[in-house]
Design a protein around this ligand. Structure first.
Ligand SMILES: [Ca+2]
Ligand SMILES: [Ca+2]
Length: 142
């Protein structure tokens, strides 16, 4: 188990290199206020076609940036939504979650390291430890 975690961590770190700069895609940039409404998939936080390591990296980077700005990384989904609104108004904010609700995979109302671990488990086919990752959900707001 420890070995698996180390392996996951190692691949996660190398994915940091792979994903940095690529997560801010036109798809993500096109997400507008109304882009929240509709079906989404837990874990697919950047709202592209797949759940991959880039989603976990984006959540981690968002948590780091949020902590630097606000002094804590106990980020509620509501706080991430507010930050998203801010980011859509301010082009200088690079790291935000296009679909914040999709990042709260364990359903505790907060976006934490535990959620990124769920994504990593999902990618590694450890579905029993992936919580809601991969499950669809509907956002009924404008
Ligand atoms: Ca994705
Ligand atoms: Ca959570």
């Amino acid at each position: 188990m420890k070995k698996l975690f180390q392996k996951l961590t190692a691949s996660f770190v190398s994915a940091l290199m792979l994903c940095s700069g690529t997560y801010v895609t036109t798809e993500a940039a096109d997400v507008t206020d109304s882009g929240l409404k509709g079906w989404h998939i837990y874990g697919n936080v950047d709202d592209n076609e797949i759940i991959d390591i880039c989603d976990a990296v984006l959540v981690s980077q968002f948590m780091t940036v949020y902590k630097n700005k606000h002094g804590n990384n106990h980020i509620s989904v509501e706080a991430a939504l507010a930050y998203r609104e801010e980011a859509l108004e301010d082009d200088s904010i690079e790291y935000y979650l296009p679909i914040p609700q999709a990042a709260d995979i364990d359903g505790d109302g907060y976006i934490t390291e535990a959620d990124t671990i769920c994504i990593q488990n999902y990618i590694a086919n450890n579905y029993d430890k992936a919580k809601r990752c991969g499950q669809p959900f509907y956002i009924n707001i404008n």
